[in-house]
Design a protein around this ligand. Structure first.
Ligand SMILES: Cc1cc2nc3c(=O)[nH]c(=O)nc-3n(C[C@H](O)[C@H](O)[C@H](O)COP(=O)(O)OP(=O)(O)OC[C@H]3O[C@@H](n4cnc5c(N)ncnc54)[C@H](O)[C@@H]3O)c2cc1C
Length: 275
């Protein structure tokens, strides 16, 4: 692999580096766990890698509570998410997904931003953030900021809505409603327990009142379609039902609604039938 590496330390420097490279070949790199493999397989000529890992800007690097939920910087690692008590208490699905990603070593460098921007249908953190209906905060080389729903961020297999000169800065997770009960988890099936992307995954974040009546359901599935799918009609089906008394026929109807969003293909990890 042969590329120029530039490591800006401030956001101003970063924006300058991008503006100077208009019309030239460059890629962003954070943890490098996806990027380096990709460049090894498909080397690019005259490439500059703009390394984001040294950026000293809290909007990229920190996890913060805000009035309107949580802000997680794109450079926060999977390990950083898994260890955050505030997130664990409120959004268990996200911490479990981060904790199931790859291995302890990879989790120390693999970032939220990298997981989203790779736009793999098997992205674990991305799947959890989809269930949480997060929003993506995007910064352009001109310093403009736009925010879009995560569902609009993924536009195809390994394709995002990002323009060439745009960077994902943070993800914003809306707060839980006044719910008394939260059922939140991430389920991943792979060919082995660690160091493996999922064959199929499901992230759910279900909120209920004190009588266990579902007030909001957020559910997403991964690895079974070109992009991670928010299974809206299945979420709508659950709203208003009593969580603890959902019976077999309702569970089957729910499962059928989830399956409407799945269009698996046979690939290296599993056959379409298995998925
Ligand atoms: C052995 C192994 C096992 C793995 N297992 C899993 C797994 O179980 N689950 C899973 O989800 N993933 C897994 N992965 C994939 C990978 O580790 C994750 O997707 C990780 O979160 C990528 O983050 P990164 O910081 O390393 O991204 P990088 O490799 O640095 O970047 C990935 C892509 O995103 C772009 N990018 C990064 N940050 C930004 C940004 N802020 N703005 C714009 N573009 C950006 C880069 O240009 C690049 O195209 C595995 C990878 C390996 C090598």
């Amino acid at each position: 692999m042969n590329f120029e590496l530039i490591s800006p330390e401030t956001t101003d420097e970063l924006l300058k580096v991008i503006s100077e490279r208009r019309g030239k070949r460059f890629r962003f790199g954070a943890g490098g766990t996806d990027l380096l493999l990709e460049l090894k397989k498909q080397p690019e000529k005259d490439l500059t890698v703009v390394n984001l890992a040294n950026l000293n800007d809290e909007r990229f690097t920190s996890i913060e509570t805000q009035d309107d939920g949580f802000r997680i910087g794109a450079l926060v690692t999977a390990g950083g998410i898994a260890a955050n008590h505030g997130l664990k208490k409120q959004f268990a699905v996200l911490c479990e997904a981060a904790n199931r990603l790859a291995s302890r070593q990879i989790r120390q460098v693999a970032t939220v931003g990298g997981n989203l921007c790779t736009a793999s249908p098997a992205g674990d953190i991305a799947c959890a953030l989809m269930a949480l209906e997060a929003r993506c905060e995007i910064l352009s080389a001109r310093g403009m900021v736009r925010t879009i729903p995560i569902n609009d961020f993924f536009v195809g297999v390994r394709k995002t809505d990002l323009k060439r000169d745009e960077i994902l800065r943070s993800v914003l997770i809306p707060p839980n409603n006044e719910s008394k009960k939260i059922y939140s988890d991430f389920i991943k099936i792979g060919t082995r327990r660690s160091m493996e992307c999922s064959v199929v995954s499901l992230a759910y974040h279900i909120q209920a009142d004190e009588d266990d009546k579902i007030t909001h359901a957020g559910i997403a599935i991964g690895s079974v379609a070109p992009t991670i799918q928010f299974v809206k009609s299945a979420c709508d089906y659950l709203a208003g039902k009593n969580f603890s008394s959902i019976g077999l026929s309702e569970a089957e109807e729910f499962a059928a609604k989830v399956l409407e969003y799945a269009s698996p293909i046979s690939d290296i990890r599993a056959s379409a039938f298995y998925s």
